[in-house]
Design a protein around this ligand. Structure first.
Ligand code: ZN
Length: 202
């Protein structure tokens, strides 16, 4: 269970030292592309680092944009371990207080059992990922994790058409081919529900 060491000093002399125990939780940060999910994940991880908690940051092998780190669009980044399957995460978390997992929509729903196992080990689990795909349908893994989480934060982006801060859809700007999921940022723009047009799969 994560502990925070607190030292009280009076005129430079230590007068009290105690540990603050933090309960394990599952937190989900979700929303559309360009809504700042990774930025928020990195912000929360940074606060745990300041509190003296040991961190483990995971990203899926499917995310080919950055090799070995989680990076926000504002440039913030943290080193991450790339894993191919949810079960691989269990080999990475020993001795860690806080486990951050980015882009969870790329993982299969098996991730749900893994997250619950990590939580049962007394760790804080911070999760970030898209809630819906280019057709507006929920990603199953993200949806299941949202249902189980103690805290869910849904972020929005600025709609590329009407400019309201209400975008919650990923508008694919090219035709979708079969079930292929495009990874590149340049192929999408954020849209609100009113401005979203479901992409036809060809
Ligand atoms: Zn709009």
């Amino acid at each position: 269970m994560p502990q925070t060491l607190i030292t009280l000093k009076l005129e430079g002399e230590i007068i009290c030292v105690y540990f603050f125990m933090q309960r394990p939780t599952i937190e989900v940060i979700t929303g559309c592309m360009f809504s700042g999910k990774s930025e928020e994940l990195l912000r929360r991880l940074k606060r745990h680092r300041i509190a003296g908690h040991s961190l483990c940051i995971i990203k899926p092998a499917h995310d080919t944009r950055v090799e070995t780190c989680v990076r926000s669009r504002s440039g913030a980044e943290e080193e991450a371990i790339t894993v191919s399957y949810p079960a691989d995460i269990l080999n990475c978390v020993a001795g860690k207080d806080v486990v951050g997992i980015d882009e969870v929509h790329f993982f299969s729903p098996e991730l749900v059992d893994v997250v619950q196992e990590v939580f049962s080990q007394g760790k804080i689990v911070l999760i970030s990922g898209l809630d819906t795909d280019f057709s507006g349908q929920p990603f199953k893994t993200t949806a299941l994790l949202m249902a189980l989480a103690h805290k869910v934060t849904k972020l929005t982006a600025i709609c590329a058409i009407c400019k309201h801060d209400a975008a919650n859809r990923n508008q694919l700007l090219v035709s979708a081919k079969g079930n292929r999921f495009f990874v590149g940022d340049s192929e999408y723009e954020p849209r609100c529900t009113n401005c979203f047009e479901a992409t036809q799969v060809i």
